[in-house]
Design a protein around this ligand. Structure first.
Ligand SMILES: [Mg+2]
Length: 374
């Protein structure tokens, strides 16, 4: 089986509700992705997705399209989609970085391999160790009253785990928010916090000093991505586990975080981390270092979410609170049927061949911005 054609299309779809993040990211109204379709001489097509979101990611939509057109897609013409490590080497030899473009191609090649073997991707990754994964739902930056509105609406739909975005309001307000949520929801729902690089180490230390005994069970990325020493200081002072997200992009990042004992948890995103092959390497480092993984997402659509679901199915230790398989629920529309996996507050692992999602070509055409074909 050989790759004969690679097409890519950038798409932009409005969010169902605008998303308030930290001081660094502001408020987001639309999600933009690059969808790749890789076709082979057997007639099979596999799909991948890149989710560039500057400044969260170094990659941009135009840079991803350019990398696909100029080097990465031409380099894979003639490749066997089942040779994942070899294909990863081919792409890495073309250019450094571009994890989003490489990740989209890697997902598409896994989708093809699974379809060719007639097996779900998790079976190609050593077999699943769980059938479903608890969902979390995000709470935008705001007050406990804002949170309660979302929590009540989502609890009615089966959600019992939430991720509160922080990092743009004063620390004292965030501590008060956590205590108010504890008074109302302790023992009822789980809540983790994500500051998305919004705090200094000192602000973070003040925060973790004020939330002991509350329902909060994890704090993600309080400080800037490159502040590994700050993460370690916060971890040493914190009554709850600390997670690295923006700090944990490459396997080298994961290894450094592990060696420094800087965090307890690595946040895994199939798109951020450069696809399935590269995410597996980070997951292996987490496992060797006795760290847990939090299966996490960008603002992304069903192809990336499906890749993450297969990774979550095979990862050794995942945190006991919810994981980010709700991204498509936050969009006004999706070009896949991934939402069918979400039931009763869980993401259910698919046994369909490949990534297990169907891509709707008509919707891709409707939301298309720019196309390329190699
Ligand atoms: Mg995060």
């Amino acid at each position: 089986m050989r790759v004969t054609k690679i097409e890519a299309v950038s798409v932009s779809i409005p969010l169902a509700v605008p998303y308030k993040l930290s001081r660094v990211y502001g408020t987001i109204t639309d999600a933009t992705a690059v969808v790749v379709a890789v076709t082979t001489d057997t007639g099979l097509t596999g799909y991948g997705e890149a989710d560039p979101m500057p400044p969260f990611t170094a990659d941009t939509v135009s840079g991803t399209m350019q990398a696909l057109r100029a080097t990465l897609a031409p380099a894979l013409i003639g490749a066997d989609p089942r040779e994942h490590k070899k294909n990863e080497e081919t792409m890495d030899a073309c250019r450094d970085g571009c994890l989003m473009a490489k990740g989209a191609l890697d997902m598409a090649l896994f989708d093809l391999a699974g379809k060719a073997y007639g097996l779900p991707v998790h079976a190609l990754l050593g077999g699943r160790k769980r059938d479903e994964i608890l969902l979390s739902f995000p709470l935008g930056s705001g007050t406990a009253a804002d949170d309660a509105e979302v929590i009540e609406a989502r609890r009615a739909l089966g959600f019992r785990s939430f991720m509160a975005k922080m990092g743009r309001n004063p620390i004292a307000d965030e501590i008060r928010r956590v205590h108010e949520l504890t008074d109302r929801y302790a023992g009822v729902v789980q809540i983790v916090a994500d500051a998305n690089q919004g705090w200094t180490a000192e602000e973070s230390l003040a925060f973790v000093g004020g939330i002991e005994g509350t329902l909060l069970s994890l704090l993600e990325q309080p400080v800037k991505a490159d502040d590994f020493a700050g993460l370690r200081r916060i971890r040493e002072a914190s009554p709850i586990p600390i997670s690295a997200d923006e700090s944990a992009v490459s396997a080298e990042d994961a290894l450094r975080l592990a060696c420094l004992a800087a965090v307890d948890v690595l946040s895994i995103k199939a798109s951020k981390n450069g696809g399935i092959t590269k995410s597996l390497r980070i997951i292996a480092i987490a496992e060797a270092a006795r760290m847990q993984c939090r299966m996490n997402s960008m603002l992304e659509f069903g192809v990336t979410q499906a890749a993450l679901l297969h990774l979550g199915a095979v990862t050794g230790q995942i945190i006991p609170s919810g994981h980010a398989y709700m991204s498509t629920l936050r969009m006004s529309d999706d070009f896949t049927d991934f939402r069918a996996n979400l039931r009763d507050g869980y993401a259910h692992v698919s046994n369909r061949p490949g990534l297990g999602v169907t891509v709707d070509a008509e919707k891709l055409a409707r939301y298309a911005l720019e196309r390329l074909s190699v």
